[in-house]
Design a binder for this molecule. Structure first.
Ligand SMILES: [Zn+2]
Length: 283
């Protein structure tokens, strides 16, 4: 877990980037293809087919949010969190000036802590909401600067600029640099991991998500999240809407109280990702 590398001042330290096995295999395949072509140019068809298949596998992995093929990916809390009965409830796509404060009220009333994966540009538009999240003991993490629909197709430079911009904005507002990153739409290209390593960020997806932005039926969303609810789970809800206008009232306000009650009934304690991963924030 790269949270080991969080410095005392709260600034995540860069970690060395170790290419995932799939990236190493891909590089070896490309190099091998060049050698094969030099030795036997007539084999170009087979070489091209192998490289195309390799790209198809990497593309598939980038669209599979919980895949570890492209680098480390936190889909559950570390094992030490389970005996403590901890779960992490995360909120994507905010801050939202109307919804986020109400989510904070619900969390506070239940004595629960949440983790907010904020969009940098939204944080700039609603700085007071970000400060309020932190003031009330919850955590602010990085969900990109622009939440672009083509984020997964960004080249290395644009990707680095986007994630670093959000990191700067959120660190300035929250008073602590984010330690975790979740890609918009969960789409993660092979270029993401080296950028995260450089910024000292750990990639987080989820154990289960509620699909609360596309399903307004609170009972169904709760069922999806709570079907096998147990210590160590990382759950996803939304306090903002990333694309277009919100249709109907935000489901999170109806879902969250039920989810918190279910968690309490099973003796589970919603804490921030950082606390569960041992950053010493206590919440
Ligand atoms: Zn999002």
């Amino acid at each position: 877990m790269s949270t080991d590398s969080i410095r005392a001042g709260g600034v995540p330290a860069a970690r060395p980037w170790r290419p995932a096995a799939a990236i190493k295999a891909s590089a070896a395949l490309h190099a091998g293809g060049i050698v094969a072509l030099a030795a036997a140019p007539e084999a170009w068809g087979a070489v091209l087919a192998a490289i195309a298949a390799n790209h198809a596998v990497l593309f598939g992995a980038s669209l599979a949010p919980r895949s570890r093929l492209l680098g480390p990916n936190l889909t559950r809390l570390p094992e030490a969190a389970a005996p403590r009965g901890e779960i992490a409830i995360t909120f994507d796509d905010g801050p939202d000036p109307e919804v986020t404060p109400r989510v904070l009220d619900l969390l506070d009333r239940a004595g629960a802590r949440g983790t907010f994966f904020c969009i940098g540009s939204r944080a700039e538009a609603h700085p007071g909401v970000v400060r309020e999240i932190v003031r009330r003991g919850h955590a602010v993490e990085n969900h990109s600067q622009g939440h672009s629909t083509v984020f997964g197709w960004y080249g290395p430079d644009r990707l680095r600029r986007d994630i670093a911009a959000a990191q700067d904005v959120l660190a300035a507002l929250a008073g602590r640099a984010p330690a975790f990153f979740r890609a918009p739409f969960g789409v993660r290209s092979p270029f993401v991991d080296p950028v995260l390593a450089h910024l000292g960020l750990a990639y987080v997806s989820w154990t289960r998500r509620g699909y609360d932005t596309v399903d307004g039926d609170a009972a169904r969303v709760v069922r999806r999240l709570a079907v096998r609810l147990e210590a160590g789970d990382v759950l996803v809800l939304h306090d903002g809407v990333a694309t277009g206008a919100r249709r109907g009232p935000p489901a999170v306000l109806e879902v969250l109280p039920r989810l918190l009650a279910l968690a309490a009934g099973r003796g589970l304690k919603p804490v921030t990702l950082g606390a569960a991963c041992g950053d010493g924030s206590g919440g």
